[in-house]
Design a protein around this ligand. Structure first.
Ligand code: SAH
Length: 238
């Protein structure tokens, strides 16, 4: 059985979206992973196919109904479905490369995309949901976030990327951001590729890249840099 993602959404037409192109699209076509969309509206029971209602206690917008969502979730997760159940939400724990790795190593994921003001809290209590955020900003719906999470996982699956070696030296792999990349032409708008990269000295190239990765991380992500330095201190103390 290949890695599989099931997405519960009010807008199945948003998929595969970005997951349908390039190497991820090829992986989908070849069956390296499978993608199922479930239309939440199919689980509404009244003649208007209502999936939402006004917020208890007042306030703007609409809230997605727990009963309708639970029917959709339960229909997808029948029997021994060991896939983690994720709700995309700005309130969730920030999604990370480490989480993508762990999810890619498992059987797949089931994702719930919210819309409007989000979902009735009781649903999140009554089913084993993990809330996951893709960043400190608010989207109009969970569909783009779901595609981001699926894409981050799928590109880690064996055989999906052209060159698996490219996975080893990326941003976050070592707790650092990636070093700057260059390609031909050698000179462009008066800017040269750093000479060390065309020197052929593999040791010096590796040292330069390492130093640049550290410089960029310290400059841009003091949080990652502090964690990196803590790990380095622990390693030294060993
Ligand atoms: N009222 C909510 C936001 C609702 S946005 C709040 O303030 O927390 C509508 C839907 O978009 C959410 O239910 C969620 O599924 C999705 N969404 C919005 N921002 C997101 C983010 N940063 N990460 C993941 N999903 C997000």
């Amino acid at each position: 059985m290949s890695w599989s993602a099931s997405v519960l959404t009010l807008f199945p037409e948003a998929f595969p979206g970005a997951l349908g192109v390039s190497l991820i699209g090829k992986a989908l076509e070849s069956g390296a992973f499978s993608l199922e969309t479930v239309d939440i509206r199919d689980f509404a029971r009244d003649k208007h196919a209502t999936v939402d209602d006004t917020p208890a206690g007042g306030g703007p917008g609409m809230v997605m109904r727990a009963d309708v969502l639970a029917r959709a979730v339960d229909a997808v997760r029948q029997g021994a479905d060991a896939r983690p159940l994720l709700y995309l939400s700005p309130r969730g724990r920030p999604f990370t490369q480490a989480r993508a790795k762990a999810l890619a190593a498992g059987p797949g994921i089931v994702l719930l995309c919210g819309r409007f003001e989000g979902v009735d809290e009781r649903l999140l209590e009554a089913r084993p949901f993990e809330e996951v955020s893709i960043g400190d900003f608010v989207l109009a719906g969970g569909e783009v976030a779901a595609q981001a999470v699926i894409e981050a996982c799928v590109r880690l699956l064996p055989g999906v990327l052209g060159d698996p070696a490219s996975l080893g030296c990326e941003s976050f792999e070592d707790g650092l951001l990636e070093y700057p990349q260059y390609t031909r032409p050698q000179a462009w708008e008066g800017r040269e590729i750093p000479a060390v990269l065309t020197s052929g000295h593999h040791g010096e190239i590796a040292r330069w890249r390492r130093a640049e990765a550290e410089r960029l991380t310290a400059e841009r992500r003091p949080d990652l840099w502090a964690a990196h330095e803590r790990r380095r201190d622990v390693d030294k103390a060993r």
